[in-house]
Every structure is written in C-alpha cells, then in structure tokens.
Design a protein around this ligand. Structure first.
Ligand code: SF4
Length: 452
C-alpha cells in the first residue's frame, strides 16, 4: 500500500505538517486524495500570495533584501490569474507585485524571528525537516516531511524555537496547532533528542489578522510531551491511513475538510453536507475511503411555513429542506455550526465546475466569463511626463514611491481632460469566474474546444 500511495503522490510527501490536522481527523483522506483527479489539487491565488510572502521573508532573514525594499518589485513565480499576479512583467516571465501591505506584514514576522535570536543561536531558514530518522526500519516516517519557515536552535539554553509565517487572514491558526507540533517534533528529531532540549517554543505569526491578539501566538512545549503523546497519535494516524478501508470523517466545522484536495469527490463530505436536510428516516450506507461517490439525491423538497414537510412520502433519496421558521434553536445552532463545512463543499463544487468548463466539458446552465481587469499604466516610466503635460503636479502624482493608479490620477484632472489618459492606460484580462448561463456577459470558449 505504501509503495502504491507513494507513486500516486508523485514524490510529494504523504504526511505534510500542513495536512496533519486532516490526517488526525480523517485518516481515510490520504488514500482518497491519491485517487482524486489531479486538477482538483491546483494552487489558489491565496496560496501563491503566501508563497510570495515567504520568499520575501526568506530574503530578509538571509540578509539579502529587507521587506520594504521589495515594495513595487516583482517576485518571479508562476501562478493563477488574480490578486497581484502579473502575467508578463518583462516580456518573458510571470510574477507577483509586492506591495506595501505585504512588506509590512512580512516585516512583523522578520522582527519576531530576530527577537528570538541570540549569539548562541543557529538559525535555519526554509529548512527541510523529516521524521525519517526516528525509525529507519519503518519507511512511513520518511513520508512525514516538510519545510519549516524558521528554526532557531539555542544549544546553550536548551531551547528550540519554530517560527511559522501565516500570510492568510481568513482562518486563524493556533500556536499549538498539529502543524506546529509536527514541526516541533521534527526539530527535536533532526537536531537530536539527546541534545539537552529543555523546551520547544512554537510561534505562529499571522500579521494580517484583524484581531491584534491573533497576530502573534506562542506556546512553549515540554519535549517529553511531544515525543510521547503527540508522536503516539501521529504514528497511529499515519499507520491507520494505510489500512484497507480507513475511515473518512468529515468535520462539521470545516476545519480540516476546507483545504482537503479530495473534497470535490469525497462521499463523506457530500453526505455530511446533505445529512441534516435529508429525510431523517432515509438510511445511509456506511462510507469509507473505498466507497463509490453516490449520485446526488434525485429531488429536493423545500418546505414552507404552511407545508414544512411533503404531504406524501417523497421518492427515496429526496432532500427535504425545512423552512427556517420551524427550526428550533438547537437545529439552528447545528446548522450554523456546520455552515463552514457546507461552504467548503459548495466551493469544491464550484472549483470542479470551473475545471470542467476550462477543459471544455459543458456544465448545464453555467459558463465561465472573464472579470473586468483594473486599468494600469501601459508604461510607468513614460506616463509621468505625459501627465505633467496634462497639468498634473508631480507631487500629487505619487503615493511615495509609487505612481498613483489611473483612477486616482483621473480625479486630479479637470473634467475636459479626464479622457486624455486613455492612451496611457491598458486594461489587462481579468480572472475567469463562474456565472449562470443567462448572465449577459459573453462566455469564454475553452481553449480545448467544447465537449458536450
Ligand atoms: S473532504 Fe473531509 S471527509 Fe472527505 S476526505 Fe477530505 S478531510 Fe476526509
């Protein structure tokens, strides 16, 4: 089983620290991911943005270029459309434009690492770690590997510190999350459990969190706890994931299903998402990693105040959605608590629809259209002279050190000159977005042709 999974993962680690919450909660996901179409595992704009932030941080910690020096520069990185991704910035390469927000956010992380550095500290940046050395006779441990953002090893004080940058602002990550504990455990193994470590600190720096208390979260662990309790749970889950039909456990709060690459095809997530609304008496078969994805139930009955339930017994598999007015507070609380999971599932269905349409497969009633891109200067070097000729003051032209956007400059111009900048600007293609077929915008033809 391990060899077959390794082949399916094509060299990627089966147990990455970032996926340990999912492994612990849903051991069956490891095999389901191996059987999922690879197009469901494509990178998102947010993931690309995070990668760029890590690159800026790495540069700063290695003493090459400080985050503020990155503002208005482009990190070469291929990525999906959207965000500040620039398809071709020098006629050849794609990249991501670093802005002041990213520089400031990364600066906070760099400061947190610097605060923990002492002359006795060895600093390892973007350092590959693994549990492989724990038991060389059991190859499963080598599948638990990943790259730690920053590891600080202070041998004099016996203190190991793991600092992790989270650039996202939507989902808050705890300082003692399984991902951080996994890095801490790997650090203990990599730098020697007999190294006299008296404590391991894990720090999550999430600079864009709106709640200031969420920006820096630090926990100090006892190495013995990590090496017994946490390692025991982790080893058990890794081995369990290789069982012939390991359990699939959807998480009602969406915590580990949200990022699961198998969510598009997961029968357990589908069941969880429809379970609450399904007729309470309809028996559901038990599901495992080898279960087939069943078809969606054939009918939906949406209840009303006057008729909350179907008058007659509906066909088997009918989804019955009761009106909110008949739900008691307990039902309401349960539904709201499960909302993240349903949203994760719906998002996965949208992603799948977009992938199919991009590949030329028709999805009845839906199409892809292109968003309108924001205007930008065709030539940032030449634009200031042309704007001065239109009467715009140099001092008003910049938000130090950047040239203001076309929309901002337009506001500085008298009414009769507003159209004069049109020759200086261009509108890049926007990202593709899924809309209903009746939307008035023209649908985008798939580059691969139509498949009905
Ligand atoms: S979507 Fe959720 S339940 Fe399904 S495999 Fe992934 S983690 Fe498990």
């Amino acid at each position: 089983m391990l060899a077959a999974l390794r082949e399916a993962y094509k060299g990627e680690a089966m147990f990455r620290p970032s996926s340990i919450s999912r492994l612990l909660g849903c051991p069956g996901s490891v095999q389901l991911i191996a059987r999922s179409p690879r197009e469901t595992r494509k990178s998102s704009v947010y993931a690309t943005e995070g990668t760029v932030a890590h690159q800026v941080a790495q540069d700063a910690l290695l003493g090459k270029r400080q985050p503020e020096e990155w503002v208005d520069r482009i990190v070469d990185i291929p990525g999906p459309d959207g965000g500040k991704w620039v398809p071709q910035h020098d006629g050849k390469k794609a990249g991501w434009l670093v802005d002041a927000e990213m520089a400031e956010a990364v600066g906070l992380y760099v400061d947190e690492v610097a605060k923990r550095w002492t002359p006795d500290t060895m600093q390892y940046i973007e350092h590959g770690l693994t549990l492989g050395a724990l038991d060389p006779t059991d190859p499963i441990f080598a599948e638990n590997r990943g790259t730690a953002d920053a590891v600080l090893a202070d041998t004099r004080r016996g203190r190991l510190t793991i600092v992790d940058l989270k650039y996202g602002k939507g989902v808050m990550v705890a300082g003692d999350s399984p991902q951080l504990k996994n890095y801490a455990l790997m650090g203990l193994i990599a730098f020697g459990t007999g190294g006299g470590w008296s404590e391991v600190e894990t720090v999550v720096v999430q600079p864009r969190a709106t709640d200031e208390r969420q920006r820096i979260k630090s926990i100090v662990h006892d190495p013995a706890d990590l090496l017994t309790d946490f390692l025991g749970k982790l080893g058990e889950a890794m081995h369990r994931s290789l069982d012939p039909d390991p359990p699939l456990n959807a998480d009602p709060t969406g915590a580990w299903c949200r990022w699961c690459p198998a969510k598009v095809t997961c029968p357990a997530l589908q069941r969880e998402a429809t379970d609450l609304a399904r007729d309470a008496f309809a028996a559901m078969p038990p599901l495992g990693a080898l279960s087939d994805l069943g078809a969606l139930p054939p009918a939906v009955f949406v209840g009303t105040q006057d008729q909350p339930r179907p008058a007659a017994t509906p066909p088997k598999g009918t989804i019955v959605l009761p009106p909110a007015t008949v739900l008691d507070p307990g039902d309401i609380a349960t539904i709201l608590q499960r909302r993240p999971l349903w949203e994760a599932w719906i998002t996965s269905v949208e992603e799948r629809a977009s992938s199919l349409l991009e590949a030329g497969v028709a999805v009845p009633g839906w199409k892809l259209v292109r968003r309108t891109g924001n205007r930008r200067w065709k030539d940032k070097e030449a634009a200031p002279d042309a704007l001065r000729a239109l009467g715009v003051n140099t001092s008003a032209m910049y938000t130090d050190p950047e040239l203001r956007s076309p929309a901002q400059i337009e506001k500085l111009l008298p009414k009769e000159k507003k159209g004069a900048i049109e020759d200086l600007v261009e509108r890049p293609e926007g990202a593709l977005t899924l809309v209903k077929a009746e939307n008035r915008r023209d649908g985008i033809a798939s580059p691969m042709g139509a498949i009905e």
